[in-house]
Design a protein around this ligand. Structure first.
Ligand code: E4P
Length: 217
């Protein structure tokens, strides 16, 4: 399973990259706003700065919601760097645009996916990635991981090439269960990736080893 980091913060992206486990980055307009990135040129420069850090795909989301606008914006984003994946919302014009991008060899990430039907449409349109938001589904009393499992089953049954990118991951158990049920990619905040490191017995064991090591010098 690939690890993507879900942030537009350059320090966090650098930290995950330096850990040696990062396969890509996802961003969205809320994450860009959180970093205070404003204006088209600054946004494009920021995406380029992200691409210069990572070895892997970088999802950059369009703001337009009509076919022509999505295509124009997506082509501009894709021209920044070959690592850019155009992130397109699951709406009617978005599906049409994903088909256009697929036919023109531009990678896409279909975002804001909350049902198996939407995931099926994204795959039919040739999306490179589909992003079901599991945390947001859990927030409204649904079962986000069950949706991931359902989409993985459908894609495997029919041999779709679209990769299942589990998004809106909130905690370590989400990430582990995504790995167990066969998500191709998980995108999560840095604290969830670093959370994988933690086990109290590791801390206790290391403390004891270091204490005993002092007796050997
Ligand atoms: C995915 O690509 C989205 O950027 C993200 O995972 C949304 O997560 P949230 O529900 O925590 O905002």
């Amino acid at each position: 399973m690939k690890f993507f980091i879900d942030t537009a913060n350059l320090d966090e992206i650098r930290e995950a990259h330096e850990l040696g486990v990062l396969d890509g980055v996802t961003t969205n307009p809320s994450l860009m706003a959180k970093e205070g990135i404003k204006g088209r040129d600054n946004i494009l420069r920021h995406y380029k700065a992200i691409c210069d850090i990572v070895n892997g795909d970088v999802s950059a989301e369009v703001i337009a919601t009509d076919f022509k606008g999505i295509v124009e914006e997506g082509e501009l984003l894709a021209s920044i760097d070959e690592k850019i994946v155009v992130k397109v919302p699951m709406i009617k014009d978005g599906v049409k645009a994903i088909r256009y991008f697929t036919d023109n060899n531009i990678k896409t990430n279909c975002t804001l996916v909350f049902s198996a039907g939407q995931a099926l449409l994204a795959a039919k349109a040739g999306a490179t990635y589909v992003s079901p938001f599991i945390g947001r589904i859990d927030d409204v009393g649904g079962d986000g991981l069950a949706l991931i499992q359902q989409i993985v089953n459908i894609y495997n049954t029919h041999g779709f090439a679209t990769e299942v990118l589990a998004a809106s991951i909130r905690h370590v158990p989400h990430l582990i269960q995504c790995a167990e049920i066969g998500a191709d990619v998980a995108t999560c905040p840095l604290n969830v990736i670093l959370g994988l490191l933690k086990h109290p017995l590791t801390d206790i064991g290391l403390e004891k080893f270091l204490a005993d090591a002092k007796k050997t010098v």
